[in-house]
Write a protein that binds this ligand. Structure first.
Ligand SMILES: *Cc1c(COP(=O)(O)O)cnc(C)c1O
Length: 353
């Protein structure tokens, strides 16, 4: 059976490589593939795919929001949200390291014709105070500030988590200035597990939320955009325009539902693993500053004989993969395909470098 070959093949690769480049490298488990094979499907552009509808309703109600829209990627959900909340010439406020600005190929300009006002935040997180300063006054010379984007957890901030009070203050500020508030929650799951905050808490404070199924949760594809009914109606049009209207997408949606139901709570293991490896790195002379480890992302400086690239190259000889993320820093991301044995091997080989 091809499915068995498929599984065996990947099992072989897993045993060979400890892949910490990203939490997007996970492969669907046999049980997830089984859920996908069994999924009832229909044409989702006609809104007739029962598995997609089920996932959208499930996630919308999880967040206590009206509606959700299943999309191929988190870049698409973010970009659709920005397009829905703005008009060309408007200004979007975000952290200088925000994924929407840093990693989406200039999409804010390309898709929405907006410019950005960047804030230098603390590990990817911006404050209500800084946002207040960044909002343009009513003046025909100035672009209209229409949208604030937050990222939680913040990827380039090393998986950092926003404080509840700060988000409260930001939500109140946006409301009183008639500015929309979008959350790039690609790894919001990690924040929920690390803090014990509820999804509804976020649903009450943001106008739109994007969540990814293909990161720590381990689904092969998919993100959801969540918001009010009228917002999602608009978003559905932009999804079609961007070419993201999928047909029998229920197979993918059912992988996503399986992932939320089965892989959400185990995310705490990834957090524990990241902390354990950080503790080992902290004892090594060639490791410099380590960003505080709050979730599943570990970002650290390398020094002495190592540059980020030579560090990554040398670790690769041990079958460990990670990524250079700046001129001084390396990133490791922990996820559900990282086993206890892999962690044991990793903490043994790091001091041998
Ligand atoms: C991964 C990621 C996304 C979406 O990425 P896709 O690869 O397009 O799914 C969005 N925001 C953040 C913070 C991310 O890390």
């Amino acid at each position: 059976m091809p499915q068995i070959l498929f599984q065996t093949h990947f099992k072989y690769i897993w045993q060979m490589m400890i892949d910490l480049r990203s939490d997007t490298v996970t492969r669907p488990s046999a049980q997830m593939l089984e859920a996908m094979m069994k999924a009832p499907v229909g044409d989702d552009v006609f809104e007739e795919d029962p598995s997609v509808n089920e996932l959208e309703n499930y996630v919308a109600s999880m967040f206590g929001m009206e509606k959700a829209l299943f999309c191929p990627s988190g870049t698409m959900t973010n970009q659709i949200a920005i397009r829905c909340h703005t008009q060309p010439g408007n200004e979007v406020i975000c952290d200088e390291n925000a994924h929407v600005y840093f990693y989406e190929g200039g999409g804010i300009a390309f898709n929405s014709g907006c410019q950005v006002k960047l804030i230098k935040g603390d590990r990817g997180r911006i404050t209500a105070h800084a946002i207040k300063e960044a909002i343009n006054p009513e003046d025909i010379h100035r672009p209209i500030s229409t949208l604030v984007c937050l990222e939680n957890t913040a990827n380039r901030g090393g998986g950092s988590i926003y404080g509840g009070d700060e988000m409260d203050a930001i939500a109140a500020l946006c409301r009183s200035n008639d500015i929309s508030l979008h959350l790039d929650g690609a790894r919001l799951w990690n924040a929920l597990i690390a803090t014990g905050q509820s999804a509804q808490w976020f649903g009450e404070r943001f106008d739109s939320i994007s969540v990814c199924l293909s990161k720590g949760l381990g689904a092969p594809v998919g993100s959801l955009l969540i918001g009010k009914k009228s917002f999602i109606k608009k978003a559905r049009r932009f999804r079609k325009v961007m070419g993201g209207g999928m047909r029998q997408a229920g197979m993918l949606a059912s992988a996503g539902k399986y992932a939320i139901e089965n892989n959400l709570n185990r995310i705490s293991i990834d957090h524990k693993n990241a902390k354990q490896v950080a503790a080992v790195l902290a004892t090594l002379p060639f490791v410099g500053k380590i960003l505080p480890v709050e979730t599943n992302i570990l970002i650290f400086e390398v020094q002495q004989r190592f540059s980020p690239q030579t560090f990554v190259d040398e670790l690769k000889l041990w079958n460990v993969l990670c990524l250079p993320v700046s001129s001084t820093q390396v990133r490791m991301v922990f996820h559900l395909d990282i086993t206890d044995d892999m962690i044991k091997k990793l903490v043994k080989c790091l001091p041998e470098l």
